[in-house]
Design a binder for this molecule. Sequence first.
Ligand SMILES: Nc1ncnc2c1ncn2[C@@H]1O[C@H](COP(=O)(O)OP(=O)(O)OP(=O)(O)O)[C@@H](O)[C@H]1O
Ligand SMILES: [Mg+2]
Length: 412
Amino acid sequence: MLSEAKHGIEFLLNSTTMSYTVLARRYRSTAFEGVIGQEPIAQTLKNAIKSGRIAHAYLFTGTRGVGKTSMARIFARALNAPATIPDCPIPPGEFDYPEQDVQDRMAKAIMSGDDLNVIEIDGASNRSVEDARQLIGNASLAPTGNARYKIYIIDEVHMLTKEAFNTLLKTMEEPPEHVKFILCTTEAHKVLATIQSRCQRFDFRNLPTSRIAEHLTNVLSQEKIEAETDAIWQVARLGNGSMRDALSLMDRLIATGATPLTAKILEEMLGLPPTEQVIGLIDAMAAGDIGNTLTQTAKLIDGGIAIEQFFDVLIERLRSLMLVAACGKDSELVELADDAREHAAKQAACFDAAGLVHMIALCENVQRTCKLSSNPRALLDAAMVRLALAEKMADVSAVLQGGNLPGGQKKN
Ligand SMILES: Nc1ncnc2c1ncn2[C@@H]1O[C@H](COP(=O)(O)OP(=O)(O)OP(=O)(O)O)[C@@H](O)[C@H]1O
Ligand SMILES: [Mg+2]
């Protein structure tokens, strides 16, 4: 079953057995526009097809889960089954493309990695020379059936041995007109320079949190699953620029069976401290209330988080506040849902950007010292008191000279 959803999203749930396919596979992009955040690459590839300047080898590089394999398959599909992609350019030159239904079948096989003329090779499991020889040995033979090109997609290409690379190099040097290579890798620096220089290279971007959040919202609404925007944004942030990581995390969250999905459930699932407690701690610091600061600190630590993680979450929150203080609450740099943004703006108003910079520096510093200390808890408490006492501590210049680091409350 293949149905084209809003952004060229493929729906692969096997409706007869209702076996579960993970979101990342079910929502693999099937059209150029569906590969979120990689629009310039999609546009360049489309232009190349239109003008007939299709290179014989491409190198797609970028972090894991940002759309390399998806784009490689879509490109292959555009070359061999253009009628299955709306507004898809057709390479110039004489060629009789097969009927729509044949192209549809081809497209489906290409997208699931089963097409005979779009050969997907996993560099990690086919590393040897023999493997390389076998796989590209028949490259000179014309494509089978009604296909126009024979396309080799070599995933994790950096895993090939040097000998295998060299075998590949020979074929890549002067491949027959009908052969195209698409090499994908997360580690471009491990790909031999001689290979790189034969390829047209595309660097896939890490995806902005806002685009990931948007996609997750879209996926959840198609799945008819309710979720708090806060939870969606937190999952998006935790994806760290990788759409696949975010979708996998969302799968885990959905598996909890909760409705609606909330940030609290996510935090429980990952053993993260509740955001409202972190916010409460910073409120106590902003008020200069030492007692409450220590109580809030104890609450978080008693909740079971390690001191290192405590600093991680505190630093992350302080960073959000710093961004709000420096760039305004509506800035794209602030990776928060709308409600959380408003709240962060109120909290950030108690500080100034420079002060927050110092708070972050202090946390980072003490986090490191704690790893070496036999009494990290004392250091942690002392650091929190220092942050709460910032008003009464040395000023910024003293800190820069190596004195006490103050917290960053705004002076009235
Ligand atoms: N840019 C993107 N837009 C939409 N979905 C994406 C994007 N990138 C990744 N995904 C999702 O993540 C899944 C995996 O993507 P893909 O295989 O293209 O990543 P990759 O860059 O090849 O990763 P890896 O380096 O781990 O092989 C896709 O099925 C899709 O659901
Ligand atoms: Mg891949």
